[in-house]
Write a protein that binds this ligand. Sequence first.
Ligand code: IMP
Ligand code: MG
Length: 177
Amino acid sequence: MKTLLTEEQLGEGIRRMAGEIKKHYQGRPLTIVGVMIGSIVLLADLIRLLDLPLRVELVQARSYRAGGTRPGPLAINVDLLSESIQGRDVLLIDDIFDTGRTLWELIPQIDELGPTSVRSAVLLWKEGRSEVTMKPDFAAFTIPNEFVVGYGLDYRDQYRNLPYLAALEPHEIEDDA
Ligand code: IMP
Ligand code: MG
């Protein structure tokens, strides 16, 4: 495994993105919606950098096949939203924009609930992988096409607790091809 972004670099990128988010919302109330599970570490750090009147909610999305590094069928569950988001500005938080299918399928489901606006912020944007026409509104970093773990991101449910971001070496990946 090789370190791609240190704890310090992650902190800098997230502070930069928090600044852009604050500038965009100009003190307006916001509902932050974390996409579980990968976003939890970013969510915890990001909300403490946003001095806006905000609510925090969660939804769940799962696309990666139990075993490997390749996307499988996507399952989304928005039933975890506890407060109405009608008439609210919503900012979806995810760990990584890879194929983009998660946000592409999640946004219309959120839209149906009547928010004023829906935007997205991700820690990582993996270059050259998108299969959709949208882009995340805010991204802390763009990274090359490697499978990464740490800071919330997992491989087979491991490594979410690493405080830095690492790329797995090919021999560390037993894909379920
Ligand atoms: P997308 O729908 O293809 O954009 O992928 C979104 C989800 O796939 C992310 O929220 C992650 O959970 C997972 N994912 C994509 N790339 C990686 C990676 O390099 N490491 C760990 N998880 C990843
Ligand atoms: Mg995820």
